[in-house]
Design a protein around this ligand. Sequence first.
Ligand code: 7ML
Ligand code: ZN
Length: 874
Amino acid sequence: MTMTAPQPQTKYRKDYQPPQFLIDSIDLDFQLDDTQTRVSAVSRVRRNGEHQQPLVLDGQGLELAEVLLNGQSFTEYQLKPDQLELSSLPDEFELTITTIIDPLNNSALEGLYKSGEAFCTQCEAEGFRRITYFLDRPDILSRYRVRITADKTLYPALLSNGNRIDSGELADGKHWVQWEDPFPKPSYLFALVAGDFDLLEDSFSTRSGRKVALEIYVDKGNRDRAFHAMESLKKSMRWDEERFDLEYDLDIYMIVAVDFFNMGAMENKGLNVFNSKFVLANAKTATDNDYHGIERVIAHEYFHNWTGNRVTCRDWFQLSLKEGLTVFRDQEFSSDVGSRAYNRILNVRLMRSRQFAEDASPMAHPIRPDAVIEMSNFYTVTVYEKGSEVIRMMHTLLGEENFQAGMRLYFERFDGQAVTCDDFVQAMQDASGIDLGQFSRWYSQSGTPVLTVRDSYDEASGVYRLHIAQHTPATQDQSDKQPLHIPFNLELYNSRGEPQPFRINGQSVSHILNVTETEQEFEFEGLSEQPIPSLLREFSAPVKLDYPYSNQQLALLMRHATDLFSRWDAAQMLVAKQLKSNLERYRQEQALELPDEVISAFASVLEDESLDPMLKAEILRLSDESSMAELFDEVDVDGIHRVRCFIKQRLAEVLLPRFTQLMGTLNRDEAYQINHQAIGERSLKAVCLSYIACADKELGQELVERLYKGADNMTDTMMALSVANGEQLECRNVLMADFEKAWSHDPLVMDQWFALQALSPAPEVIDSITSLFEHPVFSLKNPNRVRALIGVFSASNPLHFHRIDGAGYKLLAQVIRELNTLNPQVAARLITPLIQFKRYDSQRAALMRSELEKLQQLESLAKDLYEKVSKALS
Ligand code: 7ML
Ligand code: ZN
């Protein structure tokens, strides 16, 4: 007889039922041990309503040692796969459950596991059930008390949520600490950490005058790398008071950095656990981008304290309630403390490259999904980034004042509760009086709307008409689409690039049009010439735009648009136009062309001395091949590579003297500094260097070597290496070897090196990657290593990942097979580029499909992979 694993079950949003029981408090006792940790959980449980249903607790991979009811041995239970079902229960009782778990061999990094020498936990979304049997769902809010016992020399720090209320020593070299969290919370916010760390301490005075202790725990020897995280934390706390009127609520806030972590970080109440990548930084080891990322992630996790922890999600389908909102808040923070235009560019680039791709993939889903097999598959760019765009649209429609009134009402109504996305929208609507009925479709409809805009100008009357049609193409999860409420931000320019005041029906109007119908027309009066429209300014909605801009119009917007984001966006559209027309030529075997007006548009950006260097860098930098691929329904891998190289080469050759001249003016104050100007100049230097090396290998090599040898910071070092790698300079291998020798003791730094290896345009890249599996610093067990080498290769080196013999697909599939048992969450994240096979030519699609079919045949395919593979092949 053959045993087949049960088919994973789909859960539906519409099936939500309130819990049958409530758990008011839980006392947890941990006796920490590498392979035999004993967890005793004493819960106060109450029947919820009148019924005689059993209590069904979630549990996974647990060894059950004991069950007590009100302190007495209890046997009225059944152990089922992943469940413990208890019956014949009174209406109120105390339940004691003791389980044994094995943190050392927990390579999935969910629940309690060992990261190096330390114990730590990750419970979102459904990891708490790997610690004890529990109602592991976010609408169960309980008071937690946690007692941790462990060896005192190996684990001097014993941490959990809330306040430390007691501690003591035991005879056998062990000690214990007792914690209590006064705020009821869902199980996904539980955390425990035990280890021997260096500690960076500081404090923050809240505006009401309370003093909060701030503690950052890092691996021994890394204390000097925690200061930037600490500064970021204090900035975040201040900003949330000033902009959102929100103050921290405990007397202590702890952050622990660990090396083994599936995600970026986790907002556990009072005890955030972070991937060390998002904590550790100094000038020698971290790039400017790393600094920016740390500030952002520290802020994100801090902001969850109100949007996520004080008000949480009723069920996991509502994930965007906390994530979309918290991403919106961290984006606003980054924009307020840094450059708004720069941050908008980063966010929009991510939307267009990854979220639009997700909408076009078999994993398409609304920001509030309707059906889920494995929850960890829904921590997606759709839920997070598009979720944030949906919040941002409400902010645009309501304005800051109404939006903040909506936030106040939201907290008044729901503090201490587990609620839904509808509850949030209702608060916004009630506080502002603005009807969000149609708008709320953004929560239930997946897919990327396309706005087709056409215009006409009547010289005699001075009237300009915009015709806007919206259409959302069907997605794999949903065929019927309805019109959405789209805030459409626009500006009109005259031929000298001056913004024109505009009026509709004699009224001067807001720059935000309400697009609500399938087709709509807008009339603007009083225009003395045909205007040039700047459309979808600020990316005011997560949509694609179709408007037949000419090169000249885009060049004008690149130079004159009043907002810097629109200048960047015009440059994106200008390049996209050249890409499309040249792909046509490439297919017809005609010579490629780049019109002079395109080159001069770039030249005038280069020469604009009033333009912020950071923005200048973003406008001049060509987007990468995988982002360019998102402009097409069917992706021509080789064509895009060829044409992108051509465009870069032409710009580089013609503008070489100007790039060289500009580069000489940057970062003249030799010493490394971290401020907006210096960071912008380094970024611009990187862009110049890359163009220079493209046009003139010898000069490029000379500059790269000089930069590498003189570098006193990781940003310059990586800049030099990345140009040597990207332009395949002769010095590439020598520099890579030098870097490896210098940094092999530091895995986080080596991740940058692995990523460069993965991005190599050299034909032997697949063989190099295969041999790097044996590198002493590489390990499949560490998600950061895996993402740096395999993740970067398959998502960002399309030329070689999509090699026509399928070697790239084979490499990825092999790694996924190994991770299927080691760490299914990471495996499922990696598979994204493979499930998009329908967008490639038949030869590539067949090869990708056959790798997916082999994966489908695996005997013990994890739920995480099953969900994606079966959707891709259906
Ligand atoms: C988003 C996170 C997760 C997953 C962090 C895990 C989190 C869930 C967690 C923006 C900035 C930093 C991290 C993340 C992210 C994917 C992305 N609750 O806080 O959302
Ligand atoms: Zn989050």
